[in-house]
Design a protein around this ligand. Structure first.
Ligand code: NAD
Length: 472
């Protein structure tokens, strides 16, 4: 698929080095920030449904413990290898730093194709992997807290928390050993859609910054913008949903079996239902088939959202991409060669490392909920509603006028968990976008938004090392 010159981890290191030149930090400190601190590479046997024993290759890598616990998703994919997990763990450190989530970066991976295993086999693999992590002290609410990633979701997180709790009976904060859990297992409302919603909030903010829009030649705002999404999994589905609801048009969706195009716009829920019913995204009513899925990346559009896997846009196809903005919803979808091509063409790349931070931001909220043992809004919702009713009554008495019934409900409403989670996420994505753009615009030598994001991350991690007293 790609002709990239660098491994994924080398690409991350290359971007880091490019940005480090714009910081004032000591060489040794920069080396420490870049290094992966702990690498746990494991193999374990699992008996499959047909009686065969399969030896499973898996990893958990903690890139940085400058803040604990470490945090990062677990990926199930046949492409998993140590280099990939190291790269993803590093990105987690930088991502958490940018969005002010007080965690170090980590990542896990199991080299399997989830589609080729039964649910029972996947459960055995996940539980055994968790037991291995417990044995080596690589998981725990204060040590390392996994989450979903490519190929995993709420179901796998339930197996993890259940295994952990049975191996650590009585540990009061055990639910905080993993995030992305179903609500009944200690999850938080809003985690499922968090990454996609964060991608939307981030790009919407970019579209609201006039200087950036001038560079791309687009008008401000997301309304009416044409969007192409690659990957209709957790991140791609919700990104498409929030863009459509925000007034943009999803003109194409790509999956691994092909892509579909409709200039009038696609509804991601209908496409998802069609794929579930027929087993393929292709032949969706009213849409044109694109048999070579990768061709969708080269369609004329305003915003391109790669939300599948890394290295999909590289030296080979970057020159053919016609989008004005690329929002990296996936981790590492562009190679450094692609970055250079886009910088030269004036295509704005909004980098993965903060754009897809919605997942970890809401995971942080979930972890806090687990440690506090109380649902967000439980204590104040009714109080706020009573207070708002009282204020509204006073205003109506004093003015002699009545507020319309439709307005009344929204004025009186006290915040539910979902309202607080979405508002915390919106604030995080807006302020991170502004912080990165400010760094970018503060120095004309900083070539792109990715480099600015790395500068932001490096500065924040460096300061916490310096303030720990480790480096003078
Ligand atoms: P997922 O498994 O839910 O979905 C990925 C989708 O991409 C699947 O539907 C898969 O069939 C599709 N896909 C695979 N190869 C493809 C190809 N070549 N062309 C088109 N589609 C293809 O995974 P996800 O959780 O949505 O993660 C997607 C990306 O987002 C990954 O890079 C992941 O690291 C990143 N990410 C995920 C989260 C999260 O909260 N889940 C958070 C941050 C970043």
């Amino acid at each position: 698929m790609s002709n990239q010159q660098y491994s994924f981890f080398e690409s991350v290191e290359k971007s880091f080095d490019k940005a480090a030149k714009f910081t004032k930090w000591d060489k040794g400190l920069l080396e420490q920030i870049k290094a992966c601190n702990s690498i746990y590479s494991m193999k374990f046997p699992v008996k499959m449904d047909d009686g065969r024993i399969e030896v499973i290759e898996a990893y958990r890598i903690q890139h940085s413990q400058h803040k604990t616990p470490c945090k990062g998703g677990i990926r199930f994919s046949l492409a998993v290898n140590q280099d990939e997990v190291m790269a993803l763990a590093s990105l987690m450190t930088y991502k958490c730093a940018i969005v002010n989530v007080p965690f170090g970066g980590a990542k896990g991976g199991i080299k399997i194709s989830p589609r080729e295993h039964s649910a029972y086999e996947l459960e055995k693999i996940t539980r055994r992997y968790t037991a291995e992590l417990v044995k080596k002290n690589f998981i725990g609410p204060g040590i390392d807290v996994p989450a979903p990633d490519y190929g995993t979701g709420e179901r796998e997180m339930s197996w993890i928390v259940d295994t952990y709790q049975s191996l650590k009976p009585g540990e009061i904060d055990a639910a905080g050993c993993v995030t992305g859990k179903p609500i009944s297992q200690g999850g938080v409302n809003g985690r499922r859609e968090a990454t996609g919603l964060g991608v939307f909030f981030g790009i919407r903010e970019v579209c609201n910054i006039p200087e950036l829009m001038k560079k791309t030649g687009l008008t401000p705002g997301v309304v009416g913008k044409s969007v192409v999404v690659q990957g209709l999994g957790n991140v791609g589905f919700y990104t498409a949903k929030f863009f459509r609801q925000g007034g943009a048009k999803i003109i194409a969706i790509a999956e691994y079996e092909g892509a579909i195009y409709n200039a009038a716009g696609l509804n991601e829920e209908e496409v998802f239902a069609h794929r579930k019913a027929t087993g393929s995204i292709l032949n969706f009513p009213g849409a044109t088939n694109i048999t070579n899925s990768g061709d969708a990346l080269e369609l004329e559009c305003d915003i391109l959202i790669p939300a599948a896997l890394e290295n999909v846009i590289n030296g080979t196809n970057a020159g053919k991409v016609k989008a004005k903005i690329i929002g990296e919803a996936a981790n590492g979808p562009l190679t450094p060669e692609a970055d250079e091509i886009f910088a030269a063409k004036g295509i704005l790349v909004v980098p993965d490392m903060y754009l897809n931070a919605g997942g970890v931001t809401v995971s942080y909220f979930e972890w806090l909920k687990n440690l506090s043992h109380v649902r967000y809004g439980r204590m104040e919702k009714r109080f706020t509603e009573n207070m708002n009713t009282h204020i509204l009554g006073q205003i109506e008495n004093l003015t002699g006028k009545k507020v319309a019934e439709s307005e009344r409900n929204s004025i009186m409403h006290g915040a539910d968990e979902i309202d607080l989670v979405h508002s915390g996420l919106e604030e995080t994505m807006i302020s991170s976008t502004r912080e990165i753009v400010e760094i970018w615009h503060s120095n004309p030598e900083i070539p792109d938004m990715r480099t600015a994001a790395y500068v932001c991350a490096i500065n924040k991690v460096a300061i916490s090392y310096v303030e720990l007293g480790i480096f003078p």
